[in-house]
Design a protein around this ligand. Structure first.
Ligand code: BG6
Ligand code: MG
Length: 216
């Protein structure tokens, strides 16, 4: 059992379900390039940075592009994605996420966001929960992708809490691994079969409680 002093939350798949917007934008790009992109393909991109996602998609499509072309393609995809998330509202917050953030803060726990997305701040503002985080570490502040623990270690540092006293909430395997690699506890959001390395797996933050945190 450990003493949890801070909770670090992944964004996509934990607080909001943006996977559908990423899917639509990547599919449009793949189709323009002349090949298909399925929901199964999209699953493999959860928690993966924009640049690396594009590398994988081009690989799946059997296409080679120059660095300048890749930059243009990533920008094109992001422009479509940003247009879609610009319509997001607080109604899209996943069940129990806002309530659990408030419960944590009322209990004196620190809260941080730890996401690979460079659009994190835009989304937090659209869904109106930016004020519930003491620190936001997003894709603009990290150089090493999950499962490297950089994003979460920076979160712990910003909160001034030792990694051993932090718990991370993650829906991606690489994210759970990043938490463990950083010496933190990991709560998986999703299926126990997939997130088997996590200390606890729940289907959503609506299943979380302070009691469950105290048992980690
Ligand atoms: C992660 C998503 O949170 O952010 C990935 O799970 C996404 O699917 C990554 O590619 C980067 O997001 P963005 O907004 O910087 O393109
Ligand atoms: Mg995620």
């Amino acid at each position: 059992m450990s003493i949890i002093k801070a909770c670090i939350f992944d964004l996509d798949g934990v607080i909001v379900d943006t996977a559908v917007y990423h899917y639509k934008a990547w599919k449009r790009l793949a189709n323009e390039l002349g090949f298909d992109f399925t929901e199964d393909d999209n699953e493999k991109l959860k928690g993966v940075s924009r640049t690396h996602s594009l590398e994988l998609i081009l690989q799946w499509g059997g296409i080679t592009k120059t660095e300048a072309e890749k930059e243009e393609l990533a920008t094109r995809k992001n422009d479509w994605y940003v247009e879609m998330i610009s319509h997001m509202t607080p109604a899209e917050i996943l069940p129990g996420a806002k309530e659990f953030l408030i419960t944590c803060r009322n209990a004196g726990l620190k809260t941080a966001l730890g996401s690979a997305s460079k659009n994190s701040i835009t989304i937090l503002n659209k869904i109106d929960i930016a004020h519930l985080f003491d620190a936001v570490i997003d894709g603009n502040k990290v150089s090493k992708p999950k499962p490297d623990p950089e994003v979460f270690l920076k979160g712990a540092e910003a909160l001034n809490v030792a990694p051993v006293n932090c718990v991370v909430f993650e829906d991606a395997i690489a994210g759970v691994e990043a938490a463990i690699n950083g010496g933190m506890k990991a709560v998986g959001i999703g299926s126990p079969d997939v997130l088997s390395e996590a200390n606890l797996v729940v289907s959503g933050l609506n299943e979380m409680s302070l009691e469950k945190l105290s048992l980690l």
